[in-house]
Ligand binder design. Sequence first.
Ligand SMILES: Cc1cc2nc3c(=O)[nH]c(=O)nc-3n(C[C@H](O)[C@H](O)[C@H](O)COP(=O)(O)OP(=O)(O)OC[C@H]3O[C@@H](n4cnc5c(N)ncnc54)[C@H](O)[C@@H]3O)c2cc1C
Ligand code: SF4
Ligand code: SF4
Length: 1019
Amino acid sequence: MNTSTASAPESALKTYEQVAAASNEVAGLLAKRLKTETQGEVLFSAADRGRYATDASIYQVTPLGVFVPKHPEEVATAMAICRDLKVPIVPRGGGTSQCGQTTGVGLVIDHSKYVRNILNLDLQAGTVEVQPGMVLDTLNASLKKQGVWFPVDVSTSAQATLGGMAGNNSCGSRSIAYGNMVHNVLGAKAWLSNGELLDFSLFENSSGRAKQIGEFVKQLAVQHQAELQTHWPKVLRRVAGYNLDIFDNQNVRPYTADGQVNLAHLLVGSEGTLAMTQSLTLKLSELPTSKVLGVVNFNSFHKAMDSAQHIVKLGNGTLTAVELVDRTMIDLSLKIPAFAPTIRTAIIGEPEAILLVEFAGSDKDKLKVQLKQLVALMGDLGLPNSVVEMVDDAPQKNLWEVRKAGLNIMMSLKGDGKPVSFIEDCAVPLEHLAEYTDALTQVFQKHGTKGTWYAHASVGTLHVRPILDMRRDGAVKMRAIAEEASALVRKFKGAYSGEHGDGLCRGEWIEWQFGPSIQQAFAQIKHELDPLNLLSPNRMIDPPKMDDTSLMRFGNNYKVIPIQTALDWSAWNVHNDAATEQTTLPGTGQDPAQGLAKAVEMCNNNGTCRKFDAGTMCPSFRVTRDEVHATRGRANTLRLALSGQLQGGLESSEVKEAMDLCVGCKGCKRDCPTGVDMARMKIEVQHHYNEKHGLSLKDKLIANLPRYAHIASQWSGLMNLRNQSPMLARLAESLTGLSAERSWPEWKKEHFFNSPLAGVSAQEVLTASKPVVLFVDTFNGYFESENAWAAFDVLSAAGYQVHIASRTQQNTPGQHLCCGRTYLASGQVDKAKEHAKALLEALLPFAQKGIAIVGLEPSCLLTLRDESLVMGLGEMAETVSTQAVLFEEFLANENKADQLASLKTKLLPAQKPILVHGHCHQKAFGLMPSVTQVIQLIPEVKVDLIESSCCGMAGSFGYEASHLEVSKQMAEANLLPSVRNREDACVVADGTSCRHQIMDGTDRKAVHVALLLAQHLQR
Ligand SMILES: Cc1cc2nc3c(=O)[nH]c(=O)nc-3n(C[C@H](O)[C@H](O)[C@H](O)COP(=O)(O)OP(=O)(O)OC[C@H]3O[C@@H](n4cnc5c(N)ncnc54)[C@H](O)[C@@H]3O)c2cc1C
Ligand code: SF4
Ligand code: SF4
């Protein structure tokens, strides 16, 4: 396997070494000039460089620095500075490339933060011009009301930028209908490395330097016509190399409908190695208004693969997708309660594979006819009664969700063996798909591994990632499997790189694919456009070996530093078996960081945490758009710290900075495909930071609140003075860092904990017929006692015998129970453990009897189902966790069990519609349906859920002066505007800090669901 020059790998290594060894003087000069000549962000710290050293590939190459331009012109300025200093440039969007395209020496230019606008929308022409940093979903959201969309629907649509998509010639699930990126780009304005800004568009209309480039490439295409005919894969999905075939089309779908040559197509798929895109003009498509889905069930995987070639002939132009879900994915989905019902609606018996066949258009009735033709075809192919017909939108949508989730589960395998992407997107002609997949499965078996197959059967691009351990023999096996897979691709005349591009992983395969002569032509194209070799050098031309471990994230020198963790991370500290995916027992994985490093390494940089949906993950990134504030940025920072690549380790200021805006919302625990739980990691990291740097006054004040609350409440008048006097508020801010702008919760002399004893005794509840234990937390007990009383009243009205949990079984002041949450928030694990232990001891007898323990504050109650289990509190924590439920969860469960008949008769009809904001931890535990179900117990109620992320208050976060602005921005992202828009509604929010934020931002009093129900009780 040789590339165009005999010494290619050495050459790549040389460039790397040269720049890696670049004197601080060059880096310093570069940073200085960027700072003085632009207003952009200049990120040259070790942590910043480390965060930009990786993308969604297995590679890691540390850049000299990172530049985040504020204006497009600053890209040109940065390029000019790099030219002067001879520093290579790596263009970057969302950094979700799977082959290492955005890892490189030199200066990384990140377009995703600021350079992301629509420049021109021409609905008449059906075109839009965008800046390269614009995210696909953002574009499509703004186009939706116009009835059009940009249809290259990559799976990463929520975070992939159009510049990156063009760079990689990305392809969506519906490429059979709409083509790849190259089929949908109409023009590009781009800078060459010498600073010229060119308009790449129709060759025929071009002039000047662009025309000259066109002529040059044309002449190469003519010169290499014979090789183009023989070596160029004749499939839709070929993204390797440069598109020399613009002048001699080889694609099964011509790049332009009328056969014209568009010079922009030369840049598409060039992975930032030819020019830097300033803007792209894109072709828009009509947004289909109707869709139907046929789910074909197969009793053999081979048959599914063999049938794809026939299915794609259906539809009369309405077929938009044929997507595979294999048996492993079906099984994985069936194991998840949330997905099992959906997947059951799609399967007949126990299929080995299903194909999701979608038809889309404007007339549902016509699409139903296509569905019938699919049924008929399957009958002809010997599979009668194999199609589940889905005509309604909801089941279709649910099934597409399951298809995505299957991949997520696959990625969440614990242990060092991971599904690795390197032959994930080979494309073969459909008539060979069955033979190809059979043969590759055998290759995996031969190498002691396995792969799960999924995705784009319509175009012969099936995704598969064999499980490899890159710290041990992964690189060797990767090479061996790649060699055998490539032989199969050649045998079936396919494309080795069919979707994800070349980068570091497949650069060396370009010559293999096209032959030395065309590779030489590619080198000439690179030289013509970038003679300075400034743009991502040593990638498409003179690339390194794919298995060069010196370029890998878990290369030969990767070592974890031993540390003693405060929390138990043993669940991650396991080994796995690549062939069976079985993991060893917790704690046996030999992680010197006791499992923490392996938990952090779960992040594979796929970038889902950079999405901008109104969901939960990741609120701080959604506000700042800084890589450091995405879960990915945090995980990468921790990985660098734990492996000695960041001076000062976990106690360093870089780690503190990365964690600073993490609100501990647990959004990542729920949404991250690999289950990175940054909220828990933040506790661990703060613990280590405290050990070295000590605690601040603010941390002590907030953490110890449960301890001094009973005294403070006695002095409520004095304590509340701070809220009445701006001067005192400012003084408090200067002493504690808690913002003078925020009101503090009001202390009350009379509160739940010093009110007369309520409820049944511990003894009584243990023998009661309808027993329940109410755990009242510090916040609801001292500051919003009405919620605790309300819960008590509602539960009593429903016929339960309610026991109020307390330390001494007596409600004496100062003896309330606490989960330890306020201590966890500042990393004080030992103190949190003391409190949690007392709580667990008090709750254990009830839990052992199977009595539900009902809590009101989501973050407090759910501590019993989360952090309590990893603080070394043993079996008692496990037992209590099984009984700990939120108030709404308890009632929703009881309602399902028909236990709320009497309560329902006592509820008065609703006077107002209800608007619900979910607490992050409720969302992370999937509990929002319980809230709406319980509200629906109220007769005639109308309830709407706000599509919101974190409220921005997050415990003490929003009270802190240093976080005030970010806190407000988080709230303003969705929550507060939604509340303001619904003046007619009563707002329900179960989190105490959420209610505070809503009051501060809108002057509206939100209520706990318990209070809402109590307000509707007939008295
Ligand atoms: C889980 C997962 C699923 C994926 N699914 C798909 C899929 O369905 N289909 C698919 O095609 N891909 C897929 N990908 C790959 C990847 O997400 C896409 O290629 C995506 O389009 C990359 O967008 P980005 O903004 O992250 O680009 P980046 O990774 O940042 O960059 C991509 C390339 O474009 C270049 N580039 C970026 N900006 C510019 C610019 N201004 N000028 C010149 N060059 C530039 C970069 O140098 C790089 O070579 C997937 C990846 C992951 C991790
Ligand atoms: S934190 Fe999770 S979602 Fe974010 S990049 Fe890492 S693995 Fe992906
Ligand atoms: S806990 Fe929340 S804020 Fe922190 S990284 Fe996860 S999603 Fe982001």
